[in-house]
Design a protein around this ligand. Structure first.
Ligand code: ADP
Ligand code: ZN
Ligand code: ZN
Length: 813
């Protein structure tokens, strides 16, 4: 015998598992006999941990007995690795770069629902194993299905449903192999129950009338289904038939109707033929295409003004990737992923598209994820965590609106989806395209330094003009009108004109609620949250005061809690108040509002937006949600009710964020054939962020802002991390932060340590927060220092809640 036996007869006895606990070590478990041939690195397993059961990711399998007796792993949750080698390595990179425990990182990278579909599991019998070995020696090009299955099963067990995915006639083949004694099967558990899926993902179909007497709702639904043959989406039926989803499930249990899970991709897509690219689009596309063809890593920054047709380039680039036999991943901001966006992709790529959205339920996400891993879906449209989608042979990643803050995860692991996407593209020899009208300073600077190739779309499609922007100085407005009004006269006139012409208006008020400050006229007291050092916001519809940090709610007091005076004043203005005052000014206008209070699920969001798109509303009021990518041709007026919200925040990105928000909002105007105008109301008319946004001059803003960052050593110059020390007890928080301050001083050469100091919002959710900021030109040094901090916290037995490290923080509040 030769020593190069391809299949070791000894299966590994142990596996090292990374668990979602705040410890950086892996834990060793013994594999029970039944799991030895099935577990591979990257698979999830259920293991005992203390008196709990945890799901972890297998890092390695081996047969080295550990020093202490190992407990048995309980259950295997993946037939095939949930994370392949590249993704496991990406996880290690994230854990290292963002100072996050590996186990928690890997958990964030995998879908929540486990993916073993229970049912029959097949494995080889000893004679089947012998046959499989012989097949390996005599490999032929054209293999018969039985041989293929024997090969697949060599060294592991696989579920019937998995084999069926790989081979359509697997059931029959398995049956005959079982008869011949080559394979054996084992029943594991029941099939996943489609009754538990959400209504939006269920289709229902008539089977028979039956003989039993049915409750009214079921009877009605069954009658409807009988009259309307074919499959119906259960959520849609709800519009016509009340309680349709409850009734549909009941009918399915009675076997009078059939329920089926709908693939997300089946949803109707508004059809539109591809546009012929204009010369700018074509040039950008050609560059991306050349990058794809080279099969080397290359990063592009696609800088295109609002309405320049970036989506069309994405669609074409994805097509190019597919025709080169590679998969593509498009990341979009959380809120921008609407059925309208998804529809464009379905229309172009059909069943090849998978959608991953955090609003979907676990089961739906797990299903899409499986289609991706099986290679059935090669185009993935996803929000942040979709950067970990197991796209096969990934050739292209696109990050749309790459400047958007929602790409940064605000809890451990605090990764930036865009930056992780760049690293992943590099590891996969893929092309990455970062698209935006208002690129982040980081990305634009990377382009300047030659790390990214810059592609420009300087004009809107079909020579449509950029909207004309006017700044309205609200201080003058006050002096002239002698009224402290929410709307200037110019804005009211412009809205009137739109209403008369049947054109639509968008009004941005980037703060929700009715009034964000409620103060006492007698003593000056402002109503504050009991858990956080912020003011409470008055929500009129709910008749309560709400904290936007911790959701603490309380009744609206009729007296000042401090001095018992009855003169409480509602000072600030939020989107709810804008809607209300607008209704008073234009009683006949049809007004809708889009913010987190009117949107609780993905359906609300789409209902409001599509209602506006279909011109069932004249005016849409909203927070930054209305500024994200929407392409609604009949909007010819955008009003920024208060451009100053956010400008004064103690955060070095305040100007950048204001510029981006205003420019993006302005970019919603005049996208159709009628030109649009924008009115910006502000008391800071000379601020460069507002000026540049009014001129829609990204380059000018970038030049100014980059000098400011350079002078103050802020990103993109060097690296930055924020360390927040937290404790429910103020003295404890202070003491810990002081200890941290001593650890970090004197600061090593080339590192600036700012603080410890109270965080801008000192108290959040009943915890006091002290902050240290680190700035340095050396990433290496930064990571060493953060390593010291983590070791220090571990040695001092700090709890995971006491310390929050944020590398490349997007907000300092
Ligand atoms: P951006 O994302 O750059 O703001 P979009 O991709 O939303 O712009 O495109 C704006 C509009 O222009 C869309 O309605 C799109 O269908 C249309 N469009 C894009 N490219 C072309 C083209 N080459 N010819 C005509 N219309 C186009
Ligand atoms: Zn008072
Ligand atoms: Zn609070």
């Amino acid at each position: 015998m030769t020593s190069a036996a391809p299949f070791p007869s000894e299966a590994p006895v142990y596996c090292d598992v990374s668990l979602p606990v705040p410890l950086d070590t892996a834990f060793t478990y013994r594999l029970p006999e039944t799991l030895r041939r099935r577990v591979q690195p990257g698979c999830r397993v259920l293991v005992p941990f203390g008196n709990r059961k945890l799901t972890g990711v297998v890092l390695t399998t081996h047969s080295r007995p550990p020093n202490v007796p190992a407990k048995d792993a309980l259950r295997l949750l993946d037939e095939e690795p949930a994370l392949d080698e590249t993704l496991l390595n990406l996880g290690r990179w994230i854990s290292n770069y963002y100072c996050a425990p590996l186990g928690e990182t890997l958990r964030a990278m995998t879908p929540l629902a486990s993916d073993v579909r229970h049912g029959k599991v097949y494995s080889l019998t000893p004679s089947g194993r012998d046959t499989a070995r012989q097949l390996h020696l005599a490999s032929t090009d054209q293999e018969d299905p039985a041989a293929a299955i024997l090969r697949m099963l060599d060294g592991r067990s696989l579920s019937a449903s998995y084999l069926k995915q790989k081979m359509t006639n697997s059931t029959a083949v398995l049956k005959s192999l079982e008869k011949k004694g080559f394979v054996q099967s084992e029943d594991v558990a029941a099939e996943r129950d489609p009754l538990r899926a959400s209504a939006a993902r269920l289709r229902v179909e008539f089977i028979e009338r039956g003989t039993e007497k049915l409750p009214k709702q079921e009877r009605e639904l069954l009658a409807y289904l009988e009259l309307h043959p074919g499959q119906h989406n259960v959520a849609t039926l709800e519009d016509t038939i009340s309680k349709a989803s409850v009734a549909a499930r009941a009918l399915a249990r009675r076997k009078l109707a059939r329920l089926a899970l709908e693939s997300v991709s089946n949803r109707s897509a508004p059809g539109r033929a591809p546009h012929t690219l204009n010369p700018h689009q074509q040039a950008a596309y050609d560059a991306i295409h050349a990058g794809l063809a080279s099969r080397q890593f290359q990063a592009f920054l696609l800088e295109g003004v609002t309405g320049s047709g970036k989506t069309e380039i994405y669609l074409n680039a994805i097509e190019a990737a597919l025709s080169l036999g590679r998969g593509a991943l498009l990341l979009v901001p959380e809120i921008a992923l609407t059925p309208a966006v998804a529809g464009q992709f379905h229309h172009r790529f059909g069943e090849k598209v998978a959608i991953l959205h955090s609003a979907f339920q676990d089961a739906e996400r797990a299903q899409e994820w499986r289609r991706i891993r099986a290679g059935q879906a090669s185009v993935v449209v996803a929000t942040r965590s979709g950067v970990f989608a197991p796209v096969q042979n990934l050739g292209l990643i696109i990050v749309d609106e790459e400047h958007d803050q929602s790409y940064k995860q605000q809890e451990t692991p605090r990764y930036h989806g865009r930056d992780v996407a760049v690293v992943r593209a590099r590891d996969e020899n893929a092309v990455i395209v970062l698209g935006s009208a208002t690129p982040s300073l980081e990305s634009r600077y990377n382009a300047e330094r030659g790390k990214y190739t810059r592609l420009e779309l300087p004009a809107r499609i079909e020579q449509r003009p950029m909207p004309a922007v006017t700044i309205i100085d609200m201080r003058h407005e006050f002096l002239e009108s002698r009224k402290q009004a929410t709307f200037s006269r110019a804005l009211l006139d412009a809205v009137t004109e739109r209403l008369e012409n049947g054109e639509q208006t968008m009004l941005l008020m980037n703060r929700r609620g009715f009034s964000n400050i409620v103060a006492c006229r007698a003593c000056g007291e402002r109503l504050q949250c009991v858990n956080c050092s912020v003011t409470l916001t008055y929500h009129r519809r709910d008749r309560r005061m709400l904290c936007h940090y911790c959701n603490y709610a309380t009744a609206v007091p009729d007296k000042c809690p401090q001095c018992a005076s009855e003169y409480l004043q509602f000072i600030g203005v939020g989107s709810e108040r804008v809607e209300q005052e607008l209704g008073a000014a234009f009683p006949r206008a049809r007004i809708a509002r889009l913010d987190r209070d009117t949107v609780s699920g993905k359906h609300d969001y789409e209902t409001i937006l599509s209602g506006f798109r279909e011109q069932r509303f004249d005016i849409l009021v909203g927070t930054q949600m209305i500024a994200k990518g929407h392409d609604i041709p009949n909007v010819t007026l955008v009003g920024i009710v208060n451009a100053d919200v956010g400008l004064g925040l103690p955060d070095f990105r305040a100007a950048e964020r204001t510029f981006q928000l205003l420019t993006q909002a302005a970019g919603r105007a005049g996208r159709g054939t009628t030109p649009g105008i924008v009115l910006i109301q502000t008391i800071n008319p000379d601020h460069y962020a507002i000026q540049c946004a009014a001129e829609q001059d990204y380059e000018k803003f970038y030049r100014k802002e980059i000098e400011f960052r350079r002078a103050l050593h802020y990103p993109p110059f060097g690296a930055m991390a924020s360390i927040v020390v937290r404790s429910a007890n103020e003295e404890d928080a202070l003491a810990r932060s002081a200890a941290l301050g001593r650890l970090l001083s004197p600061a090593p050469e080339g590192v600036r340590v700012m603080g410890p100091a109270p965080a801008p919002v000192l108290r959040v959710k009943s915890e006091y927060r002290y902050q240290v900021l680190l700035k340095t030109s050396s990433r290496k040094r930064l990571s060493e220092m953060l390593g010291d901090v983590r070791r220090f916290a571990a040695a001092e037995k700090w709890g995971p809640a006491n310390l929050a490290i944020d590398v490349d923080p997007m907000t300092l509040l």
